[in-house]
Design a protein. Structure first.
Length: 316
């Protein structure tokens, strides 16, 4: 007889509701279609009463931090404003549970909390793509990947949203076989199950309906050099085409010049850092390839209609 596995979810206020549903529903459906109690689950919050997700829904919980039941897997699930939600009580709770042998993982932005606890040093980890830039700045010792989830480390992480369902289906398959995992995904009408190596964001080719390998290589070159931008001549040489051909491709597929697209990529990274970190304007300017904070401010305001400092103020 299969032993019931107990999964525990620490719900941090403003947690992602879609990630929460995608974590719990596969477990419920696995019980339903198998006719067995393969899984049980409990919810934990700081006050032991309830937790509120980012859409305002309130979830009643079973336990507080001081009476977490024994379990096979403990996940910390958070969402927006995760930096503001990291408390000493939460970190101490996670460290205590780990010392007692709990297998700990994270969903959505929860990897940030585990990184603050020191659990992810020298390990691969996944986090929602919106947090990538700030996470890499703050935790260079973590091997952050763009995969939908990481399940082959001692600390399991999933990037949030439907990636949480992908992870749960993966765990169900490992524990109870592919047939059950397929039956669960069928019940969810989820026919696009991804493995761990799938990337979170839609590819450049899919997003723009293009299949031009030179465009993909050019944008990858830009993405890899956001902190130390190179000229269009260097990019064209690196991918084996002329500057004129590079400009024609960007005009055809993106209706802009390579230089304009490159600057937009750097500004988008800057916007993420402004929202997600406490780094100074000067530090962010340099991290995004701008020689001075003054130049950065002028370009940012021309693009977004606000200065970097006002952008940050709007988000607080």
């Amino acid at each position: 007889m299969d032993k019931t596995k107990h999964f525990v979810f620490i719900l941090v206020d403003e947690f992602s509701h879609i990630a929460f549903s995608c974590a719990v529903e596969p477990l419920r459906i696995a019980n339903l279609v198998s006719g067995k109690d393969l899984y049980q689950w409990s919810y934990i919050s700081d006050d032991g009463i309830s937790a509120t997700c980012s859409n305002g829904s309130v979830t009643l919980v079973h336990h507080g931090y001081n009476d977490i039941p024994k379990n096979e897997q403990l996940f910390v699930l958070s969402g927006i404003h995760v930096k503001e939600k990291v408390t000493s009580n939460l970190l101490n709770t996670l460290r205590r549970e780990r010392a007692q042998g709990a297998k700990i993982g994270a969903l959505c932005s929860g990897a940030y909390i585990l990184a603050k606890a020191g659990f992810l040093n020298e390990k691969q980890a996944a986090i929602h793509w919106e947090f990538h830039d700030s996470f890499m700045e703050e935790f260079p010792e973590v091997n952050l990947v763009r995969n939908v989830f990481v399940a082959d480390e001692k600390v399991i992480t999933a990037s949030g949203g439907t990636a949480t369902a992908d992870l749960m289906l993966h765990l169900i398959e490992n524990a109870h076989g592919q047939d059950l995992a397929i039956a669960v995904s069928d019940q969810m009408v989820y026919n696009a199950v991804r493995d761990a190596t799938a990337e979170q964001r839609v590819s450049l080719q899919s997003r723009h309906g293009m299949r031009n390998p030179h465009m993909a290589k050019a944008i990858q070159e830009m993405n890899d050099t956001l902190e130390t931008p190179v000229s269009s001549t260097v990019i064209a040489n690196n991918i084996g085409i002329s500057v004129r051909q590079l400009e024609r491709l960007f005009g055809k597929y993106l209706n802009c010049s390579p230089k304009k697209y490159y600057v937009e990529m750097r500004l988008e990274k800057a916007r993420h850092l402004l929202i997600q970190t406490d780094n100074s304007i000067t530090e962010i300017a340099h991290a995004c390839g701008f020689e001075s904070s003054g130049h950065f401010t002028r370009v940012y305001r021309a693009t977004f209609g606000v200065t970097p400092s006002l952008q940050r103020g709007k988000m607080t």
